[in-house]
Design a protein around this ligand. Sequence first.
Ligand code: UDP
Length: 411
Amino acid sequence: MRSTQVNKKLLKDYQPFVEEEVIESIIELSRELKGLRVLHVNATSFGGGVAEILHTLVPLMKDCGLEVDWKVIDAPPQFFDLTKRMHNALQGKEDFLSEEDKRLFEKVAKDNAAYIGIDEYDVAVLHDPQPVGLPAFANFGNCKLVWRCHIDTSSPNEVFWNYLNTFLSYYDAGIFTLKSYAKDGIAIEKIYDIPPSIDPLSNKNRMLSEEEMKKAMTKLGLVSGRPVIAQVSRFDPWKDPMGVVDAYRQLKRKFPDLQLLLIGSMASDDPEGWKIYEDLLRYIGMDYDVKVLSNFHGIGDIEVNAAQRISKVVLQKSLREGFALTMSEAMWKKTPVIGGNVGGIPLQVHHGVNGYLVESVDETVEYTERILENPDLAKELGRNGYEIVKKHFLCTRHLLQYLELFRDLTR
Ligand code: UDP
């Protein structure tokens, strides 16, 4: 396992965005929990929602006086092929789990478990299926164990679920984005529902200067003055990038100026990304108004931030989805959103209030058209989205819920 370094963040800098009671409650709990030794373990330090959240929560927990480590498991590429299959199967995909798969999964758990010292931590939070097996092989001593599941496991492939569930009996608590994501019969007794959050001060979400916007536009290769719609997601079939292209093609007939931006990072724990990326390029063919970009084109947080700001609509046309941070990110920038009516998207997107929920390409076309044709409506949707994020999906609320959980488990 390798330690991940994080930049410093201070709770006081968040005061302008957050209700006073939230900050006061955090400070009060911090006093109680001062010195608590916390470990977070996940599969990657970059790419995807989990890493995004940990880069904010880890430094904020430190600023609250907790002693926090973030470690990333070491594993060979075949392991990440397996865990990506596991991820898909836990969202319901048909697949077969062989004895060899199990041996590989357990070997990685065992190898990484060797880095855990007895009673080195008071609480350990293991994120998603990749590190879930560690407690079966490590001696955590009296450390309280939490499994944070970021995916919707309510109707999983049974074989994969039953295998995973054998590891869950080691845990003291489970966190899901929604309580209903935890499958009946789960071997963890205490289930908490805590949705993810965004960081209003990160490069991904903070205000950008004119200069920064200009530079980002050049990197994105967009023609200014012409409308843009965008989807920002890993290249993953569940995110349905082809469906977005289909919708764009229909819209293009009515809005010949329209540009489509597909931004997708390649996470080290997501081996499917390259294949989908290549399939997507083939599917698009020659169309200079479609840009498919990734971190390999130098597209980082500031460019994603700019893209979410200049887009007329930000799409997340997922077919399955844990939460979709990309929705809250766009909403924070007062951009109207259209999301698949699945998983955590309806938690954030309220149909007709801050955007629209869709179940098909045709619906995506219909509602995108409505927004593109009505600038006043777009403004109102954008304003409402911002208020929803401010109230429910900022990292301060998330931090408070984690601290409450730590208190429940340790006091
Ligand atoms: N993201 C990014 N660059 C990309 C694609 C995604 O920075 O090219 C970020 C995106 O802004 C969001 C996270 O990765 O913060 C994806 O989180 P989400 O919950 O939407 O999906 P997940 O990848 O966890 O399924």
